[in-house]
Design a protein around this ligand. Structure first.
Ligand code: ADP
Length: 495
């Protein structure tokens, strides 16, 4: 079974959010099951700099808009995962982020940047790129590769099927109708059954309409997106395709996120020996200028700063959290207005600390050093950080939505003293509801024997990628044109 996994970011080459973690880990977990999984992504300058064994492979010719596109093979530095890097300096070689410039404005040629990526993925998967490899399944992710299933469909590739995974419905890749010709898509693609969305071209909708199967990153989110509240206008299409839509919970890369082996944190620790966690907390408190007080519950948040993540709920709940004795530490990057608000919070520096920016190092230290983890998302397709937090014995306080509802159980102390559950949940997207759930967390923190039991239960949760890979292996097998027998045809071709 050959899988071409198409994504616009992958850790550690380039990362803005959870998609990068998924793109790095899921293909590796598939490979561990004997699947030939390869990742295709843009050759941004930092990707060229960080990838291993980069070798020129093919010229894909003048794609969309006359841009010369070349293909490089490479490997992921950490895992050795095979990569295809789509090189087109006119589109990818520039300073700034993968989607926006340094001021946060979308790149004006994003339709071409991701059109070219999607097109390359489709021709390679179909075996028509002059590369001695093709895929049984093209697995595209989010709007940036939403056109890949469409290109595949219109190219009429009989031996390749497509899967499209939704990591977030909120980002739709909307462009004016006029880009259709530039993207060399047939007129018929731009219909209500295709990629047209209220007069615009939606790359997300292209993926939803043209992929053979759709998945999203948690079972609860798979249900939610069929409703108007979460579907952003595509709930009807998702409902119509409900038999092709499955929720497969993301996994955690425990090689990167385990307190026993984490080299970024101040001291290693485990469920059976939590002494290192106390050191991590004390170091974090002193690094952030918080009072070095082991008895104060430390609540941390690590997040993109955007409305989705409920940062407004945390800011609104701060007075109540502090009144209950909490210390609060927030690491965030994103919308300028939230960055400003967080840097000018009117609270004592010994009680509240904020760090603005994207820091892998601080993310690990916040998660290891905190007692409780704040994740009050308005919606959350899966969420990774609450799963990281549990592994670090940092109990999550989450809204009951999407992947948060699927991964966190409310802590309960039973009559016989047994403790079940791994965190604290609330429903209403309001500061008071968050503060109440946090108060339950802080009460448990004060009851040390029960707290230790809940911490250990959280640390023993297993959200490994092996489980997700098993689900995907099954999805691919059912979908592949000739099942596993299809491989016979490919014998003799170079790997
Ligand atoms: P999303 O993909 O919606 O941002 P996830 O919880 O799925 O949310 O994944 C977020 C990922 O990005 C995690 O690996 C988290 O540690 C990381 N992250 C988010 N914000 C920051 C930040 N400010 N600094 C460092 N890492 C961050």
């Amino acid at each position: 079974m050959r899988i071409l996994f198409a994504a616009s970011e992958a850790y550690p080459l380039i990362k803005t959010g959870g998609l990068a973690d998924v793109a790095a880990a899921l293909p590796v977990a598939l490979a561990a099951r004997g699947i030939d999984a390869r990742l295709i992504m843009p050759a941004y300058p930092q990707v060229f700099d960080t990838a291993k064994d980069v070798t020129y492979t093919a010229t894909l010719g003048e794609a969309l808009g006359g841009h010369l596109v070349r293909l490089f093979a490479a490997r992921m530095p950490t895992t050795g995962l095979p990569l295809y890097l789509v090189d087109c300096p006119a589109l990818y070689a520039r300073a700034g982020g993968p989607y926006t410039d340094d001021n946060g404005a979308d790149w004006p040629d994003n339709h071409l940047r991701f059109g070219v990526l999607s097109h390359a993925a489709a021709v390679i998967a179909a075996g028509s790129a002059g590369v001695p490899w093709r895929a049984d399944i093209l697995h595209a992710n989010d709007w940036q590769t939403g056109l890949a299933p469409a290109y595949l469909r219109f190219a009429g590739a009989p031996n390749t099927r497509s899967v499209f995974t939704i990591h977030n419905m909120r980002y739709q890749g909307l462009f004016p109708e006029s880009v259709l010709a530039e993207l060399e898509l047939p007129r018929i693609a731009f219909s209500m059954e295709g990629m047209e969305f209220h007069g615009q071209l939606s790359m997300l909708k292209a993926g939803l309409a043209f992929a053979d199967r759709i998945t999203t990153v948690s079972p609860t989110y798979a249900e939610e997106i069929k409703l108007a509240e979460f579907g952003y206008g595509m709930e009807g299409l998702l409902y119509a395709r409900r038999r092709d839509l499955t929720g497969v919970l993301n996994g955690v890369d425990y090689a990167a996120w385990s307190p026993q082996t984490d080299t970024l944190i101040s001291a290693p620790y485990s469920a059976s020996d939590l002494a290192g966690k106390a050191r991590c907390k004390a170091m974090l408190q002193s690094e952030l200028g918080l009072a070095t007080d082991a008895t104060a519950p430390l609540l941390a948040m690590v997040t993109r700063l955007t409305e989705q993540k409920g940062i407004d709920l945390v800011v609104g709940a701060l007075p109540r959290l502090l009144a209950n004795g909490a210390q609060v530490a927030i690491l965030g990057a994103g919308e300028a207005e939230w960055e400003r608000t967080l840097t000018s919070l009117p609270f004592a520096p010994g009680r509240v600390a904020t760090r603005i920016g994207y820091s892998e190092l601080l993310a690990h230290r916040f998660i290891a050093g905190a007692d409780l983890f704040l994740m009050p998302s308005r919606f959350e397709p899966c969420g990774l950080t609450q799963m990281y937090a549990m592994r670090y014995g940092t109990l999550p306080i989450v809204r009951r939505t999407g992947g948060l509802a699927d991964t966190v159980d409310e802590v309960r102390i039973l009559a016989n003293g047994t403790v079940t559950g791994t965190g604290f949940l609330f429903d209403a997207p309001e500061p008071d509801a968050l503060a109440e759930a946090a108060a339950r967390g802080m009460d448990l923190f004060a009851d040390k024997p029960s707290w230790r039991l809940a911490q250990r239960a959280a640390m023993q949760q297993d959200f490994s990628w092996a489980r997700a890979a098993e689900d995907f292996a099954w999805i691919y097998k059912v979908l592949a044109p000739h099942g596993e027998a299809g491989d016979d045809k490919m014998r003799g071709e170079a790997a």
